[in-house]
Design a binder for this molecule. Structure first.
Ligand code: FAQ
Length: 353
């Protein structure tokens, strides 16, 4: 048992095996002939046919306006989450307990920035600019994941974020590798491979602490106690309250409902917690033979709604930090734009010569 492997290897090869299968399917879809219907006739029928055949909608294709808007909302929210998500762990870079841990954490936090960039680039293929999306985040008109509004109080929190938050992110994102929109699906393949490393590094931190001194083990347990329910809430409201799931699943943007993925995450974590020697803080957690899944206590969805609306423990702090970083980075954007303009003039002169 190690990181994101799960008992019985279902699906075969674990979650990474599923990512590889999705990557192979993407290649096959790109190579396949799309069949009889060509755009030009009934565009909506053509769109439906491509989605039904599990092929990919590409930026050049016609798509319903609501599909485009849904993708922009979800991909932008996802991108913002990666960027804001750098803050809780970033707080620990200068306090990591060894040079090795510091180097690993630096690389991990930098990867999150990279994920944000792949995702902004995927959203841009839908006809919005990164500047517009950043404005929407900074003005509070677009969201980011609830989970990043909780504080990191100890070094063990870096482990718990890797194990639980990256673990939940992977369970949610592996099916997105098979999303119907090509650029999002392709971005997700790379993101999932990197997230898998993130999850393992968190698991390894917790494993080390859980097998250390009694104080270290207690610190690890305290982290798991605080991060468990917020991680369950990351999957979104229960299916009955999820406004977008039905349509997103019909369009094959989402492949599973919020509750299905939450259950999958719980089932994956139980064995891993046992291997860590840590307790999942849920007295109701028990195997249900009939359902072939664990029964568990749902997270507090009222708390989720409060956090989503801006009233979590760290919402204000996270947004203030992001706004400050954005304004302090203005000179970098100006310098990059001036450099690009100079290069464009030089290129023009070269062509003219
Ligand atoms: N937080 O109808 P649904 C990561 C909103 S990346 C905030 O069920 P949907 C990597 C939702 O937007 C983590 N808001 O919505 C990392 C909607 O609001 P709206 C981010 C939430 O879209 C690790 C309303 O509630 N991952 O962790 C949340 O069908 C470590 C109704 O909900 C993604 O973004 C929430 N938890 O399903 C980085 C994955 N849940 O717009 C750094 C892609 C729901 O109508 C360090 N996104 N809402 O006002 C998704 O899969 C989906 O968007 C869901 C929500 C599943 C999050």
């Amino acid at each position: 048992m190690y990181g994101n492997d799960f008992p019985g290897e279902d699906p075969p090869g674990g979650l990474l095996g599923e990512v590889e299968a999705a990557e192979a399917a993407l290649r096959a879809a790109a190579a396949r002939d799309r069949g009889a219907a060509e755009p030009g006739g009934d565009l909506a029928a053509y769109f439906a046919e491509v989605v039904d055949a599990d092929q990919k909608i590409e930026p050049r294709d016609w798509m319903p306006e609501a599909y485009r808007r849904t993708l922009i909302r979800q991909i932008a929210q996802h991108a913002h989450s990666e960027i804001i998500g750098m803050q809780p762990e970033g707080n620990w870079i200068s306090r990591a307990p060894s040079l090795k841990r510091k180097a690993i954490l630096l690389a991990k936090v930098q990867d999150e920035a990279g994920h944000g960039l792949y995702l902004y680039a995927a959203a841009e293929t839908l006809g919005v600019s990164r500047d517009e999306l950043v404005d929407l985040l900074l003005s509070g008109r677009q969201k980011y994941s609830s989970i990043f509004n909780y504080p990191t109080l100890s070094w063990a929190d870096v482990g718990a974020i890797g194990w639980l938050v990256d673990g939940a992110a992977i369970v949610n994102q592996v099916p997105l590798c098979r999303c119907s929109y090509g650029p999002y699906a392709r971005a997700m393949i790379r993101v999932c491979k990197e997230e898998s490393f993130h999850q393992r590094q968190g698991y390894e931190i917790l494993h080390t602490l859980a097998h250390g001194t009694p104080a270290q083990k207690a610190m690890a347990q305290d982290s798991v106690d605080r991060w468990w329910y917020p991680s369950l809430a990351m999957f979104g409201p229960p299916d009955g309250d999820s406004t977008h799931s039905a349509q997103s699943m019909a369009w094959k943007i989402k492949r599973f409902s919020n509750d299905e993925l939450r259950q999958r995450f719980v089932d994956m974590c139980v064995g891993q917690a046992e291997a860590l020697g840590l307790r999942i803080p849920d007295p109701e957690l028990r195997w249900n033979d009939e359902r072939q899944a664990y029964d568990f206590t749902e997270p507090d969805y009222d708390e989720l709604m409060r956090v989503i609306k801006g009233n979590g423990p760290c919402n204000r702090q996270r947004m203030e930090h992001r706004r400050r970083a954005h304004s302090e980075g203005a000179w970098v954007r100006e310098a990059a734009a001036a450099y690009a303009a100079k290069r464009a003039v030089k290129e023009k002169e070269k062509v003219a010569a």
